[in-house]
Design a protein around this ligand. Structure first.
Ligand SMILES: [Zn+2]
Ligand SMILES: [Zn+2]
Ligand SMILES: [Zn+2]
Ligand SMILES: [Zn+2]
Ligand SMILES: [Zn+2]
Length: 397
């Protein structure tokens, strides 16, 4: 959808016109006393002049002028009879940008302002809306996604960014925060969701902290962790294009042969073809070796290069990272793994905004691409004041 509006605002346009008229009338005031002189305002313009001005304007500008006050509305009311499709929506976009009705959001599907839904359910007022249709609205697949936390959906994100833009304080970003715990025996996953504003958009951060309990039961508990992930779309996926278990396969599947990715070497004293580090070595080091293992373990440095990396999805505005929190000294516990993703949710001024739509199950189209620079989403959350590659991140465990 085109966002190109005429650069000259309505006010500027009207001011220009009134100045012209002012100049012509400047000869008269000399003979008038200050009390007789009323400054020329929109209210002072005769109906005929207003209509002349409005005739020069495009349909949307004309509607805006008619909407300015009672006086212009009386003269130009017909200008508000807009075509109910695109014209009406473009007019409402102008009102949206002016911050009108701050408690509501402009819904593109309904082509009107309405209150945001607070969660993914709907009440008797919300159900009949064109965007919902009691759960059968086609637009629903652009409003919510199985790849986002349950409290994150279009209406609430749109309301929060709008509230932030106009400083209304009506919708707070903290309603996107959540903490959930998933437990299977001694294996558990804690999910922490937080968010922040960045250049008018919202950046969402999700940390999944994986604990496999006692070292003696590591392999059994790692399997439990894997099946917990598999049971939930939200836990399993970094985004709809990547699954956590695919990023570093040896985390869950030690028996797979290790694939030397380009740019990754174990730093051992041999060529990469002769690398003796197996998936099992990496898996064992990852889950059970303490901080001191570097002095005797070949897997340590190879793991280090994998864990330093920040990844980026090139289909949607998601960056992600796997971090390891190694135990300090002798401990019978396994290490904790942290899966972190950062997602730019956009401003949500439209459900078809590319950064929003790319997080939706349906996606937009085959030529979907992300709207932010690679690696920039994580940086914008963690180090917004720094340059693109000055990325620093320490997980919260
Ligand atoms: Zn007026
Ligand atoms: Zn709607
Ligand atoms: Zn090696
Ligand atoms: Zn090790
Ligand atoms: Zn993606």
């Amino acid at each position: 959808m085109s966002e190109e509006f005429t650069k000259i605002s309505l006010e500027e346009f009207v001011n220009e016109k009134t100045e012209l008229i002012d100049e012509r009338w400047q000869f008269q005031p000399a003979t008038l006393t200050p009390t007789q002189w009323t400054p020329l305002t929109l209210q002072g313009l005769p109906r005929g002049v207003l209509i002349k001005i409005a005739t020069y304007l495009n349909v949307i500008d004309r509607a805006c002028l008619a909407f300015t006050c009672r006086h212009t509305h009386q003269a130009l009311g017909r200008a508000l009879r807009l075509n109910p499709g695109h014209e009406r929506y473009m007019f409402l976009r102008r009102l949206e940008r002016d911050g009108i009705w701050p408690s509501e959001i402009l819904c593109e599907t309904c082509s009107k302002f309405h209150l945001p839904r607070r969660d993914k359910t709907w009440n008797k007022y919300e159900g009949p809306r064109r965007c919902i249709r009691y759960g059968n609205g086609r637009a629903l697949e652009y409003l919510e996604s199985p790849f986002l936390p349950r409290q994150v959906h279009f209406d609430i994100v749109a309301a929060i960014t709008r509230s932030y833009r106009f400083d209304s304080g009506l919708y707070d970003i903290s309603s996107l925060f959540s903490t959930d715990k998933y437990i299977a025996g001694r294996a558990n996953i804690t999910s922490n969701v937080s968010a922040r504003h960045y250049k008018g958009s919202i950046v969402l951060k999700t940390e999944l902290v994986l604990s496999a309990g006692k070292e003696a039961f590591a392999s059994e508990n790692v399997e439990k962790l894997q099946s917990m992930l598999q049971k939930s779309t939200k836990l399993q996926n970094v985004c709809q294009h990547v699954k956590w278990a695919e990023v570093l396969p040896f985390i869950f599947l030690p028996q797979l042969p290790t694939v030397q990715k380009s740019g990754h070497s174990c730093l051992g004293k041999h060529s990469s073809q002769k690398c003796k580090i197996s998936g099992q070595d990496l898996h064992t080091c990852l889950w059970t070796h303490s901080q001191k293992c570097w002095s005797r373990c070949d897997a340590y440095s190879r793991l280090g290069s994998d864990l330093q990396r920040l990844w980026s999805c090139n289909m949607c505005s998601t960056d992600y990272k796997i971090s390891l929190s190694r135990k300090q000294g002798k401990s019978s516990e396994t290490n904790s793994l942290v899966f972190t993703s950062w997602k730019n949710l956009s401003r949500c001024t439209s459900v078809y905004n590319e950064d929003w739509a790319a997080h939706m199950n349906s996606g937009l189209s085959a030529h979907q691409k992300r709207g932010t620079d690679l690696y920039d989403v994580a940086r914008s959350f963690e180090n917004p004041a720094k340059g693109l590659f000055d990325f620093e991140y320490y997980p919260s465990v």
